[in-house]
Ligand binder design. Structure first.
Ligand SMILES: [Zn+2]
Ligand SMILES: [Zn+2]
Length: 142
């Protein structure tokens, strides 16, 4: 199945239909998205392909390591390949099919805006620091 940015300059393909995602309510994710939280999933790198537009992606990082990649034409947040692990972070709003998906966890709930009370069964006050834990929640561990 495919995903794309707002202007379709950046397009990618997933080899399967993801069914799980997580939310992060931290201040960085709020700034990045412009709304209350980020909705994203991780996919294995070998199940992800760029279709086009990879050279239209701009990367911005904080010294702490937080990184966001976006389309230079329309500004949509786009997938980014994790630095040290063979996984790709994918914002679920980019997916071009209506999928039935389930939220497996909410992170940085202590940072959430007071009006943001949406929570899954597994809220976490801490950040998404443990990738292994997140991969387990997303059922990506083998
Ligand atoms: Zn775009
Ligand atoms: Zn966050």
């Amino acid at each position: 199945m495919n995903g794309s940015c707002l202007c379709k300059t950046v397009e990618f393909k997933l080899c399967y239909r993801p069914s799980l995602f997580y939310r992060c309510h931290c201040s960085l994710c709020r700034k990045q998205t412009g709304v209350g939280y980020n909705l994203a999933t991780l996919v294995k790198e070998n199940e992800f392909r760029w279709i086009q537009g990879e050279n239209s992606i701009i990367s911005w990082s904080k010294p702490t390591g937080y990184r966001t990649d976006f389309c230079r034409v329309c500004g949509s947040t786009v997938p980014n390949i994790l630095r040290d692990m063979p996984y790709v972070w994918v914002p679920v709003g980019l997916l071009d099919e209506s999928l039935v998906m389930e939220c497996v966890g909410d992170f940085c709930t202590d940072d959430a805006m007071p009006w943001d009370d949406i929570r899954s069964d597994t809220p976490h006050s801490e950040s998404v620091q443990s990738l292994a834990y997140l991969l387990d929640l997303l059922k990506l561990t083998t």
